[in-house]
Design a protein around this ligand. Structure first.
Ligand SMILES: NC(=O)C1=CN([C@@H]2O[C@H](COP(=O)(O)OP(=O)(O)OC[C@H]3O[C@@H](n4cnc5c(N)ncnc54)[C@H](O)[C@@H]3O)[C@@H](O)[C@H]2O)C=CC1
Ligand SMILES: O=C(O)C1=N[C@H](C(=O)O)C[C@H](O)C1
Length: 246
């Protein structure tokens, strides 16, 4: 049995993870911790899953690495300096745990990102529209940021010029956020869970790659896969693509 602890256990995702771990035949939920709870019960876990808040996750992760625990992190808000900090903790003398940080654990969402990355070099234009529930703290979503980075890298490698855009005047924000030269638009909508469209445009045609998470159970197969595999990974892994053989 894999002993699992959950950080953010009373949140939307954390509560779903607790359910999924309890239902898994090969896992045991040994600690369910939320804000202001002591972290000590997590020391009985082999793998800690974090779905908390971008402001909280770095402190949690440093603590997990310092205690030799493997960590599966779904919390968003990771940029290059944050990832460098995690790498430095993992490289410290005596550090023994591995960490996987994934902006999206939905299998369909990972495939959507992969398909967008594959398509990106073939089109003149690409923009991303993400739609989430209005209680989401960060914008754009971690998934949209990561998709933009992957799409931008694929286009740069193929020698693609930036998406054409003749805008010379406009209201702030009208053209979305610029992530590595890719425009990202964030919609916050009651009734939504997590949705993303990558729109690609070329000669007389548009291709839309779309994914919808209708329910937070959509993330659980990916979370459980990461919990099972994190002990055999090499220090820091970004995304679950490699776990899926992509
Ligand atoms: N990677 C993925 O597939 C997914 C990632 N997310 C991300 O997960 C994060 C959480 O999302 P939700 O569950 O919707 O948020 P939420 O607000 O419902 O839950 C967060 C929970 O974390 C707790 N918390 C805050 N600080 C804490 C701390 N220092 N220690 C322990 N618990 C703490 C809060 O009290 C709350 O119960 C967000 O960053 C979100 O973007 C959400 C869905 C899927
Ligand atoms: O906050 C959410 O809900 C989600 N967050 C992640 C993100 O920011 O990409 C993953 C998914 O989109 C749901």
């Amino acid at each position: 049995m894999i002993k699992v602890g959950v950080l953010g256990a009373r949140g939307r995702m954390g509560a779903e993870v607790c359910r999924a771990v309890r239902d898994a035949d090969d896992m045991e939920l040994v600690a369910a911790v939320d804000q202001d709870d002591a972290r000590d019960p997590l020391t009985g876990a082999e793998v800690v899953v974090d779905f908390t808040h971008p402001d909280a996750v770095m402190g949690n992760l440093e603590w997990c690495v310092g205690h030799g625990l493997h960590a599966v992190v779904g919390t968003t808000g990771f940029d290059a300096p944050r990832l460098d900090a995690v790498r430095s903790w993992l490289a410290a003398d005596g550090a023994s745990g591995n960490v996987i940080i994934a902006p999206n654990f939905g299998i369909g969402a990972v495939l959507m990102m992969h398909f967008a990355q594959k398509a990106a070099p073939f089109f003149d234009s690409v923009e991303i529209v993400e739609t989430h529930h209005p209680k989401k703290a960060d914008a754009p979503s971690g998934t949209a940021r990561r998709t933009a980075e992957l799409v931008a890298a694929a286009r740069a490698e193929a020698g693609r010029a930036p998406s054409p855009d003749a805008t010379t005047s406009g209201l702030d924000g009208a053209r979305g956020a610029d992530v590595d030269g890719v425009r990202v638009h964030a919609v916050r909508m009651s009734g939504a869970v997590a949705h993303q469209e990558v729109v690609l445009g070329g000669h007389g045609e548009l291709l839309t790659v779309r994914h919808d998470s209708m329910d937070r159970t959509s993330f659980m197969p990916g979370v459980l896969l990461a919990v099972r595999r994190v002990p055999e990974l090499d220090r820091l892994t970004i995304g679950i693509e490699t776990l899926l053989g992509l």
